[in-house]
Design a protein around this ligand. Structure first.
Ligand code: DOR
Length: 449
């Protein structure tokens, strides 16, 4: 459906345009964003008044968010998530573009698989951008056909979930992907060290012991590989330690083309929000939740812009995978629908940090992927079909009180009251998500379906 209405009294945040304007009216006609002005009156067009009152900050309109990191589990585990359900969860979280990781079953590690995945994602509620694996079978031993995968539609290259590639392989990947304007996204956990520490464990992914040093070493190795490659762009995924931030800072000061992301859970859940979730394995995630010191370093680095982006690492798992004992449970938590609210409520990015948060959810991830990669520019363009989000940073809601779009529910935030709610998400002028209980679209708006 392509709606027609005037939004009244919203704050317009558009980081790429340097725009932060309070109390604007915004006119949408058949899903196209036609005008933003101090006052817009269009006879016969429904007005949705979101003007702030009673000391509230008021609703925000911004370009749609970009999630650099989601696991949509198709092919392989449609009971946990499908591209369709994951895309609807993304829309409910205000994301209009979501980057799908390659660690599916089978992995997306060949041009034909990239092409199939892109075709399959065509009808999804939001734009699904597909990553191709760096190594065949994510095993770290043989490079994929990176050029072929990019020609088939891959937006970036990554073995995320694993980090078995040798520095030599990473150098080759950085050079090859870089020649086609694609970043290499690295999951920085040193697998060799993890395997040694957990030597009785059969899986390097599921084992519980993953001390901070295993991340620092992998960050260091990846940055050295970038320096050695002398080309390409490196993106560090889900950083979690204070030491990683310092290594990143030095690399950037030295002029290296490296960007980084942090997840809402590493920003906000250095300890359980209220009480430990049941089962405890809901807190199990790779990399693990760390200390208050680390958590503060992540918040500070995100505020400063040393970390470029918030990315969810949305990792849906079936109940049985999380109900097992901690050691054998699958790592990861869902996060698309709660990302904005988690950052505002427990991630240190509410209040005056809201413009920075919107930047790290739009322009930051866009920069990390790069303009020529296939990602759409997150900017409010008048005269074009709208791809944007409207959210209320003060609205409270309880996670799980209403049905989630995701097929999984593995989040320790279940039952928590959070602040910050997406009201409306438009993709190419169509309604991808609409919170009908908080934002009433008039009947005549619906008539434009
Ligand atoms: O906790 C995690 N789960 N971290 C990852 O990097 C992968 C993810 C998954 O695929 O479940």
């Amino acid at each position: 459906m392509r709606p027609t209405f005037v939004l009244r009294g919203v704050r317009v945040l558009d980081p790429l345009s340097g725009r932060d304007d309070e109390r604007r009216d915004v006119w949408f006609e058949d899903g196209r964003l036609l005008a933003i002005d101090a006052r817009i009156d269009k006879g016969g067009v429904a007005v949705i008044d979101l003007d702030a009152s009673g000391g509230r900050h008021g609703a925000v309109l911004s370009p749609g968010f970009i999630d650099l990191h989601a696991h949509l589990r198709e092919p392989g585990d449609p009971d946990a998530e499908t591209v369709s359900s994951g895309a609807r969860a993304a829309a409910a979280g205000g994301f209009t573009q979501v980057v799908a990781m390659a660690n599916t079953d089978p992995p997306i590690d060949a041009p034909e698989r990239v092409a199939e995945a892109c075709a399959h994602a065509g009808g999804a509620a939001v734009r699904v951008l597909q990553v191709a694996a760096l190594s065949r079978g994510l095993s770290g031993s043989e490079l994929t056909d990176i050029r072929g995968c990019i020609a088939a539609g891959a937006v970036a290259i990554s073995d995320d979930g694993r980090n078995a590639a040798t520095p030599r392989l990473l150098v080759d990947a950085l050079r090859t992907a870089g020649a086609s304007a694609r970043a290499v996204l690295v999951h920085p956990e040193d697998e060799e060290a993890i395997a040694q520490i957990n030597n009785a464990h059969g899986s390097v992914v599921r084992c519980a012991q993953r001390p901070p040093g295993t991340e620092s070493r992998a960050v260091d190795l990846a940055i050295r590989a970038l320096a050695h490659a002398g080309a390409g762009r490196l993106h560090l995924q889900h950083l979690s330690t204070a030491e990683s931030v310092e290594t990143l800072r030095r690399a950037r000061d030295g002029g290296l083309a490296v960007t980084a992301e942090v997840t809402p859970h590493h920003l906000g859940m250095w300890q359980p929000v209220a009480q430990p979730p049941e089962p405890a394995a809901l807190l199990k995630v790779n990399p693990p939740l760390r200390t208050e010191h680390d958590r503060n370093a992540m918040v500070h680095a995100l505020r400063e812009g040393v970390i470029d982006a918030v990315a969810t690492d949305h990792a849906p798992h079936r109940r049985v995978e999380k109900g097992a004992d901690y050691d054998s449970a699958a790592p990861g938590m869902i996060g698309l629908e709660t990302a904005l609210a988690a950052c505002i409520t427990i991630g240190g990015m509410g209040g005056n940090w809201l413009p920075a948060l919107v930047e790290r959810l739009t322009a930051g991830p866009y920069r990390a992927l790069g303009a020529g990669s296939g990602v759409f520019e997150p900017r409010l363009h008048t005269g074009e079909p709208a791809t944007c989000v409207v959210f209320d940073p003060d609205a409270e809601w309880v996670v799980g009180a209403e049905p989630s779009a995701s097929r999984s529910s593995n989040t320790p935030l279940l039952g928590e009251r959070l602040r910050g709610k997406v009201l409306l998400t438009l993709v190419d002028g169509r309604i991808a998500y609409h919170d009908a209980s908080r934002l009433q679209l008039a009947a005549e708006t619906a008539a434009h379906a």
